[in-house]
Design a protein around this ligand. Structure first.
Ligand SMILES: Nc1ncnc2c1ncn2[C@@H]1O[C@H](COP(=O)(O)OP(=O)(O)O)[C@@H](O)[C@H]1O
Ligand SMILES: [Mg+2]
Length: 317
């Protein structure tokens, strides 16, 4: 008897695709998940969520939803709210966890309130005099700084200006496009990401993964082009730093109300201090994504990982 037996009599709809800019990656995650579920004897079908998701699920005979959506409504809590309202159990984080973690500044506010380390930052909008802001930012955060939209993913809109001129140009462009911009202190050093899985007593951090992009930073191309980033797991850091990174990842997951699965991005500076930059509530699940690689280092196969995430639907049944 396994705790997952309750789900064997049900049809699982793997939600993938969707309307975000990460649609194609999401299909790859979804197809990996469907294959894993089918290998484990589950009845799984693909569902690309449209406007009438409850109707779509009803028609397909789906009783449980497995979230393999990235970015947009599938990661910001909107789809989760529709599923809650329709009474359909689903995997992963709920409305609050998704909404909070989609917003990088709300995440940083929670981290700060919980005493968890996150780089210094400022938020700028059209009401600010950008000329003046550039001077203040250079004084307070130094150069380079990292510019980001508040609620994007996949490094969309991220830039790392090194001069006042570039900062001004990039800032004006970002505020123009998104209305607001997050300006964050640049952390030199190793880029790490830590997967968190499991509910209740099964809550655990996976081995720390180190990302070495061949580009200047982990930009869109480096993320999605094979060979442009080296994934090193376990990370080449001290045991103490790895244990602390895992502790911070679990603390971030809990503080931001994530459930079942998440991935916490951080940097280790040359003084061996860790800085958390963001948490992703619906990390990539393609066979070559970070999370499956980290799971494998913990002795968990891709199928084991997919099963562990499936367990997060059980308390909602
Ligand atoms: N504070 C920082 N210091 C140095 N590099 C950063 C910092 N914040 C982000 N980056 C770089 O930019 C990339 C994207 O930033 P991130 O905050 O993770 O946004 P996204 O949601 O797009 O992944 C990171 O993977 C990293 O390479
Ligand atoms: Mg990131």
């Amino acid at each position: 008897m396994s705790d997952l037996d309750a789900l064997r009599a049900q049809r699982i709809g793997v939600l993938c695709g969707g309307s975000s800019s990460e649609r194609e990656v999401s299909f790859r995650s979804g197809r990996g998940v469907i294959a894993a579920l089918q290998r484990q004897g589950f009845d799984a079908v693909e569902v690309d969520p449209g406007l009438d998701l409850p109707g779509q699920l009803r028609k397909a005979g789906v009783e449980v939803a497995y979230i393999a959506l990235h970015g947009g409504p599938g990661e910001d809590g909107t789809i989760q709210a529709v599923l809650e309202y329709a009474g359909i159990p689903y995997t992963g984080s709920g409305v609050l966890g998704c909404a909070l973690t989609m917003h990088k500044v709300q995440t940083k506010r929670i981290l700060t309130a919980e005493g968890l380390p996150t780089p210094g930052y400022a938020v700028l909008g059209p009401e600010h005099d950008l000329e003046l802001a550039v001077e203040t930012l250079c004084q307070e955060l130094g150069l380079p700084v990292v510019l980001k939209p508040l609620s994007e993913g996949s490094s969309f809109g991220v830039s790392i200006p090194k001069t006042k001129e570039d900062l001004h140009t990039d800032l004006a462009a970002l505020v123009g496009q998104y209305g607001e911009a997050l300006v964050e202190e640049f952390i030199a050093g190793a880029e790490l990401t830590v997967g968190v899985i499991g509910v209740g007593e099964r809550l655990q951090a996976l081995p720390v993964l180190e990302l070495v992009p061949h580009h200047e930073f982990y930009d869109y191309e480096a993320k999605y082009t094979k060979g442009l980033t080296d994934l090193i797991v376990p990370a080449r850091i001290s045991e103490e730093a790895a244990a602390e990174a895992q502790r911070l990842a679990v603390a971030t997951h809990v503080a931001t109300d994530c459930r079942g699965v998440s991935r916490v991005d951080m940097h280790l500076d040359p003084d061996q201090r860790l800085w958390i930059t963001e948490i992703n509530s619906s990390p990539g699940l393609t066979e070559t994504s970070d999370l499956p690689a980290a799971a494998e280092a913990a002795g968990m196969s891709y199928d084991d990982l997919v099963m562990e995430i499936l367990r997060s639907a059980l308390p909602r049944m």
